[in-house]
Design a protein around this ligand. Structure first.
Ligand code: GSH
Length: 244
């Protein structure tokens, strides 16, 4: 293991931040987190840390301990984009086994992550900001479910591919549970969708998969539903305010 410091700029409500946190926990790597609320994003983040996109997660590898508001040295490796950060961690710490050794299983993991990005993520974002038809959500959950092996994790043993979906799905359920006025769900919509996802035999495999992911200590350490829901409401409100 390298003794270089890992600093992660993160927000608890961000599913993409949670992807990286899950991998860091699974790899048992020490890391520093610089955490802020997305609804209250500090201006120094864009000015001094990540001028191009100012999104979380953002990872800095090496260097001295960073304080909020400080610029990481431009000499240091630093990256945004959760799935790219995950690959970087897997390549930098091969002994942490964040990806399986078998190239085909690694490729299956990548296919899964790509399906989550290309198919699930747009539906998730649609649900966040407006009511998507429930069949659209069911179909895409079924599609992701169809990519899972009959038992176990995406690529056999747990791997970074298993961080792709879980944070988005946990927040899908949280948004439905919140049933907050801003999500514009019709009366009864959220309860019906939640009941279907949680009880219908159609989603039995994905439920088991999520249950197994959630049973790992990495999930307990990176998921606080009460806090995430509170922050999500503030984020909704900000995003629905004209000009944001
Ligand atoms: N494709 C990026 C997406 C990152 C992203 O969208 N992050 C959001 C939070 S969930 C963000 O930082 N938004 C900036 C803002 O809301 O100001 C990734 O996978 O890391």
């Amino acid at each position: 293991m390298s003794d270089k410091r890992i600093t992660l700029y993160s927000a608890l409500e961000s599913p993409y931040s949670q992807r990286v946190l899950l991998a860091l926990e699974e790899a048992n790597l020490p890391y520093d987190v610089i955490e802020f609320d997305l609804a209250d994003k500090p201006s120094w983040f864009k000015e001094k840390v990540y001028p191009t996109l100012a999104q979380v997660p953002y990872l800095v590898y090496g260097g001295p301990k960073l304080q909020p508001g400080e610029s990481p040295s431009p000499e240091l490796p630093q990256l945004g984009e959760s799935l790219v950060i995950l690959e970087f961690l897997a390549d930098t710490f091969p002994e942490a086994r964040l990806l399986p050794a078998d190239p085909f299983l690694r490729a299956k993991g990548r296919l899964f992550s790509r399906a989550v990005e290309e198919k699930y993520r747009p539906v998730f974002l649609g649900l966040f900001f407006q009511q998507a038809p429930k069949e659209t959500l069911y179909d895409v959950v079924e599609h992701i479910q169809g990519l899972l092996p009959p038992t176990g994790f995406v690529a056999g043993e747990w791997s970074i591919a298993d961080t792709a979906f879980l944070p988005l799905y946990l927040r899908t359920l949280a948004i439905l549970e919140l049933n907050h006025a801003i999500s514009q769900f019709a009366p009864g919509f959220a309860a019906e969708v939640l009941a279907t996802l949680k009880e219908s035999p159609r989603f039995a495999r994905i439920r088991k998969y999520v249950e197994e992911c959630m049973a790992r200590p990495s999930a307990a350490k990176t998921w606080d539903p009460v806090l995430v829901k509170a922050k999500a409401v503030r984020y909704f409100e900000l995003k629905m305010t004209p000009g944001n």
